[in-house]
Design a protein around this ligand. Structure first.
Ligand code: ADP
Length: 676
């Protein structure tokens, strides 16, 4: 019965405690929700107790509030009247030795003024010893649920406070890190400030090499806490937790509870916690940062992983920025000191940058041209194709004549390259080489060679011409002598006619020669739109009429073709020479076919005969001036006809080809491009 009563009493007490806790909890939650200061709920409850008498000499306000007594009431009591150390309470007695003093810790219950029991943890230590004896200080820790919650909340608030403080620091660190002059300096500062300002024990920063799938070290902290240059270290991250960062599956990696701690060379140096976070730039993995507690062995604080994660994002941004800056610095160094003239344009063809070589060659100062359109530097004809390339965001290459600041012209090879970035093309590099000197040398060499060739040609030409003229002249000489001797008028008349014939040969040759020389000196034909069918018809008709003594079969297949651009007189001459040859080298009763057609943007004119043909090895040579296939051929022309044809066709961007079989016939094909 007694036992039952006791159990019932205990139960009532427990229920009362629960109710007190519940009320207390609600007050606390209300307080916390209204952003009240949790410290009001905290503070230590102290009692000062005379060791030998057990008399309570003093109590802190918190102790009075906790136990429900006034100071005076409490002073009436001895500690053993308030503290209940019964067997059913766990004692957990622990003794700490701190410097010279000892501290005991135990759990027990304290009797509240209202009679109920409070679960309490006591920390007991000596505070002073005087003539009256030793005085002990009892620090009372309320173990009730309400108190536990309070402690948890204030621990969190404390952590929050620290976290907020660290975030403030992070902000300041940001500014300091932004001043780093290079990527490695940034990593070094990152490690150092992470320790000094954010309270991390050891940190290391690793950067990714995407191609080889390794991470390479930058800076870290050695096993004694000093900053260590770890640029020589690298390891493959394949099959490690880093892979989850790379694939974007994870942004935090934490191992607690005495996990192995590695050094930069992947050797285990100790045990503790370890956190890794990715360095991210625009969501892309560029490396990672790791922290551990190897040196101070302090427990992992709640906020530390989150803090490191934020730090990782910060460093990731700055590292990516530095990395780009590093590349830009190297590039800009290379550009600035390049021998080539280099400029950067935007998509409006506005000059944004020019290098030293440009300034040196062009004579313009950078500030004279930056901000101006490229049209300012280039002639209209040069600017136009570049502007087109810029509009289409494509590259372009060509040669341009430009003017220096003082108006002097200079020759350049120009290459325009679009700079492709993640979000398209917004800039272009314009690389230019000054080739004035080269061109001058090249032109000089060319002129020299041309001059030599001309001299050689002239020599051969004069020799050949001499030969050509010698024959008719010697015939004239002989005939003239015979005229003198002749007595018979008919004979004289015959000889005079023969002399005249030879004089005609010389005159024809002179005409052809003069014509050819004139053609050679002309660079372009006078072009008008013309009807090639009409020209061919007229020319063929002329030749046929002139040769009507020779019986020949004429076969005309002249299709209507689009007009071409050209010089009618010259093209007629070109056709006439070929048709004349067909007549000349085809025996009587042969067939001459002239066919005009059009295909693949070209006009084809075929002149086919059934004449003596040309041996294969001679075909190449028949377009050489004064060349005749067979000196013995009875029909002698000037040897200039086909040279004239070829030259005229060249001036019209056309061609002439031959196919021929001796004793069967020859086919000459003229091709001329159609406009557009
Ligand atoms: P030529 O005034 O001697 O005809 P060309 O320059 O017109 O000079 O022709 C060069 C040479 O090509 C001619 O001497 C001739 O031997 C040869 N030739 C040109 N056309 C024909 C042809 N239709 N048939 C055979 N031989 C030809």
């Amino acid at each position: 019965m007694n036992n039952d009563l006791k159990r019932l009493q205990d139960r009532v007490e427990q229920l009362e405690a629960v109710e007190r806790d519940y009320i207390g909890l609600n007050q606390l939650i209300d307080h916390a929700a209204n952003n009240g200061n949790l410290d009001e709920y905290g503070g230590n409850a102290f009692l000062c107790v005379h060791q030998s008498t057990g008399k309570i000499e003093d109590a802190s306000p918190q102790a009075l509030a906790l136990l429900g007594f006034t100071q005076d009431e409490l002073r009436q009591h001895r500690i053993d009247e308030i503290e209940i150390t019964s067997d059913d309470l766990p004692q957990n007695h622990v003794t700490y030795v701190q410097n010279t003093s000892q501290e005991h810790m135990y759990t027990c219950a304290y009797r509240h003024h209202d009679g109920y029991r409070l679960p309490i943890r006591v920390y007991q230590r000596v505070i002073h010893v005087d003539s009256d004896g030793t005085v002990l200080q009892y620090t009372l820790e309320d173990l009730s649920l309400r108190k536990k919650l309070w402690r948890e909340l204030s621990r969190r608030e404390d952590a929050n406070f620290h976290f907020r403080e660290k975030l403030k620091q992070l902000n300041e660190i940001n500014l300091q890190m932004a001043e780093a002059k290079s990527l490695y300096e940034l990593c070094k500062i990152g490690v150092q400030l992470g320790m000094e300002k954010l309270g991390f024990d050891r940190l290391s920063i690793w950067l990714q090499d995407e191609e080889t799938q390794v991470v390479t070290g930058t800076y870290g902290v050695d096993e004694k806490g000093a900053i260590r240059d770890e640029r020589g270290s690298k390891w493959s991250y394949v099959d490690t937790y880093v892979m989850e960062f790379v694939e974007g599956k994870n942004t935090l990696f934490v191992i607690q509870n005495n996990a192995p701690i590695y050094n930069h060379a992947s050797q285990v140096v100790g045990y503790g916690w370890h956190i890794s976070v990715p360095l991210l730039y625009r969501g892309r993995f560029i490396g990672f940062m790791a922290a551990d507690n190897f040196i101070n062995q302090r427990d992992l604080k709640d906020y530390q992983p989150e803090l490191l994660r934020l730090y990782g994002i910060t460093i990731g941004h700055l590292a990516a920025y530095q990395r780009e800056l590093d590349t830009i610095r190297k590039l800009s160094d290379a550009i600035q000191h390049s021998d080539s003239m280099i400029g950067i344009l935007n998509e409006e063809a506005i000059i944004e940058f020019v290098n030293g070589a440009f300034v040196h060659v062009s004579g313009y100062k950078a500030e004279d041209v930056i901000g101006k359109s490229l049209a300012f530097l280039l002639p209209e004809s040069g600017y136009q194709p570049i502007w087109e390339a810029i509009s289409n965001k494509i590259s372009w290459q060509g040669e341009l004549t430009q003017r220096k600041q003082d108006g002097q012209p200079y020759e350049t090879i120009v290459a325009l390259l679009p700079i492709k970035t993640g979000d398209g093309v917004h800039n272009f590099v314009l690389v230019q080489e000054d080739i004035t000197e080269q061109k001058r040398t090249r032109k000089y060499e060319f002129d020299l060679r041309l001059e030599q060739a001309r001299t050689r040609m002239l020599e051969t030409f004069i020799r050949d011409i001499g030969h050509e003229f010698r024959t008719p002249l010697s015939i004239i000489k002989v005939k003239a002598y015979l005229v003198q001797k002749a007595t018979d008028d008919t004979r004289k008349g015959q000889l005079a006619a023969q002399i005249e014939e030879q004089a005609d040969v010389i005159s024809a040759m002179m005409d052809d020669l003069i014509y050819l020389v004139k053609l050679e000196s002309e660079s372009d034909a006078h072009r008008v739109s013309l009807d090639l069918k009409q020209i061919t018809e007229d020319t063929v008709q002329d030749v046929a009429t002139a040769s009507r003594q020779k019986p020949l079969q004429w076969n005309r297949q002249l299709a209507v073709v689009p007009h071409i651009m050209g010089d009618a007189e010259k093209l007629a001459r070109a056709i006439r020479e070929v048709v004349k040859n067909a007549v000349q080298y085809t025996p009587a009763n042969g067939t001459i076919t002239v066919a005009l057609s059009c295909a693949a943007n070209q006009v084809h004119l075929r002149i086919q005969d059934t004449g003596m043909g040309i041996p294969k090895h001679e075909i190449e040579k028949i377009f050489t001036p004064l060349y005749r296939v067979d000196q013995a051929r009875t029909e002698r022309g000037t040897g200039l006809g086909l040279s004239i044809t070829k030259r005229i066709l060249e001036m019209h961007y056309g061609t002439i080809t031959v196919e021929s079989t001796p004793n069967v016939g020859s086919t000459f094909v003229i091709q001329l491009p159609l406009p557009g």
